[in-house]
Design a protein around this ligand. Structure first.
Ligand code: ZN
Length: 506
């Protein structure tokens, strides 16, 4: 009997791996679309992606698979929920439950609309023309509403979409987290601006030739542990990381020859995502134990390397002399203290991806409130730019003057990533919790960074997080790694501890 169950388990896993290969082909096409494809290729690409999405959906929804998974869920293999087989069966059922609720027509339309929407967004952003993007966005909102209705929800449609990115987290959980952060962050921004201390950020806006930047960020990514034998770095409009398969992880960035931060912190961020992907178990590729837990946990890894490591003084104790050799005309006269202060400049700004660690979560609050209103039908797409500007005024005290630095800045909505933004804030919270736990266990991380040693932290993350795949939920993992449930405290403590001395705060 148990042999039969084992054979069935292997058969189901083979099936799941096959489906994930279809998804990974789609991922590769999406990478190509955003890095290499000529603009005129969008229509055909949309059809290719829709076909692959449809084929994958067809396989998920074959009745036999649901029956087999139900049988496995009742078997001895599922008895221990956190065993390899127990976790795999549970997570595959979760994936399948969502897939079977979606009509194939909708799956195809969403895949097609994502490619065409992104294409329209790119043009609209370039021409600062919101009206040109409005019809694509209105169509996408309508499709995402259909998706939410098909999947079902208990409180609001947003729950159904959030669940795809952050399983077992509800809209009200996210609202609570953002509410708990809002006042302390707004107060901290005010204290900092009243402190009268300001770094000289002009040192980051000197001449930084793109070739030298590329060489430098490659070296930095490799030193923290991104493996270029199993990965690539390319140029795109809106940076991302994708992993079409084990041994093939692709990160992207964009360069500004007059601003060092964009590619530098962008690459540390994407390399953080990449290190997670490269740390997943290759023998479980395409299966839950070889997959990331959630986008919030994924983002915790990128934000940890970008901010907790990459914006630390110790990191630059090691890297600034190297940067000064790479950019002698721009950095040779810059002291470590001045550089460290400049990369920790805190002030309200318009562009989320360039925001500092304090104001960043206020950018997320704006998007979270707007996308909920769009989905609930309380806000029309035509009124979105005005609502966007008002919320920036309310939470950050500044107002965009163009669509490009306002509502058109992010790619997400154009390709249907609605319900995705809160995972950035969850990632910030998890990152601070994980980092504090690593520091307590490993001790003296700063001293290691100052010597250019990043392996101990990377291996710790690999053991505790990467190699567990989806064995635990995000909340269980946080509890296990940090000893406490997810909370805003580690992030607020980190910000106070770091920024207090820089800005002379009480
Ligand atoms: Zn990210």
């Amino acid at each position: 009997m148990s042999n039969d169950v084992d054979a069935l388990y292997d058969q189901v896993c083979r099936r799941a791996v096959e489906i994930s290969r279809l998804d990974s082909i789609q991922e590769l096409l999406e990478w190509d679309e955003q890095t290499m494809m000529p603009p005129a290729g969008a229509e055909h690409r949309a059809e290719q992606v829709a076909l692959l999405a449809s084929l994958a959906h067809r396989r998920w929804t074959e009745p036999q698979l649901a029956d087999q998974l139900a049988e496995l869920a009742d078997s001895s293999l599922a008895k221990q929920p956190h065993s390899d087989t127990g976790a795999t069966i549970r997570q595959l059922r979760r994936r399948l439950d969502r897939k079977v609720k979606l009509p194939r027509r909708l799956v195809e339309e969403l895949a097609r609309a994502a490619v065409l929407g992104q294409h329209a967004w790119r043009d609209a952003r370039k021409n600062d023309d919101f009206a040109a993007f409005e019809p694509s966005l209105a169509k996408m909102i309508d499709l995402k509403r259909q998706e939410a209705e098909a999947v079902g929800y208990s409180d609001c449609p947003y729950d159904a979409l959030l669940d795809d990115y952050e399983p077992e987290t509800s809209t009200s959980d996210v609202a609570d987290v953002l509410a708990a952060l809002r006042t302390p962050l707004v107060d901290l921004v005010a204290e900092i601006s009243q402190s009268g201390r300001r770094p000289d950020t002009s040192i980051l806006k000197r001449d930084f030739p793109v070739d030298a930047q590329e060489a430098f960020v490659r070296k930095a990514a490799a030193e923290i542990g991104f493996d270029f034998d199993r990965g690539r770095l390319d140029v795109t409009v809106h940076p991302f990381c994708c992993s079409p398969g084990p041994g093939d992880c692709r990160i992207t960035t964009r360069y500004d020859a007059r601003f060092l931060n964009m590619a530098l912190f962008g690459v540390l961020h994407e390399a953080g995502h990449g290190i997670y992907e490269q740390g997943l178990r290759a023998d479980q590729a395409g299966l839950p134990l070889g997959s990331a837990v959630s986008l919030g946990i994924h983002e915790s890894q990128s934000r940890l390397w970008e901010n907790l490591v990459g914006r630390s003084r110790a990191f630059w104790q090691y890297f600034l002399p190297k940067a000064a050799r790479r950019f002698p005309h721009s950095l040779a006269d810059v002291t470590l203290d001045d550089f460290y202060f400049a990369i920790n400049d805190v002030r309200p700004s318009l562009i989320r991806v360039e925001a500092d660690e304090v104001t960043y979560n206020l950018h997320i609050l704006v998007r979270f409130e707007l996308e909920r209103a769009l989905l609930d039908g309380d806000l029309s797409v035509a009124d979105l730019p005005g609502a966007w500007n008002e919320k920036y005024q309310k939470y950050l005290g500044i107002r965009p003057t163009t669509y490009t630095e306002g509502v058109l800045q992010d790619v997400h909505w154009s390709c249907g990533l609605i319900g995705y933004f809160p995972t950035y804030t969850l990632g910030n919270l998890h990152a601070s919790g994980f980092f504090a736990a690593a520091n307590a266990e490993l001790g003296e991380l700063d001293e290691q960074f100052a010597r250019g040693e990043f392996q101990p932290l990377r291996e710790w993350l690999g053991d505790k997080i990467h190699r567990e795949g989806q064995r635990y939920s995000a909340d269980e993992l946080a509890q296990q790694v940090t000893g406490s449930p997810l909370s805003p405290e580690p992030l607020l403590t980190h910000l106070r501890t770091k920024l207090g001395p820089l800005y002379g705060l009480a």
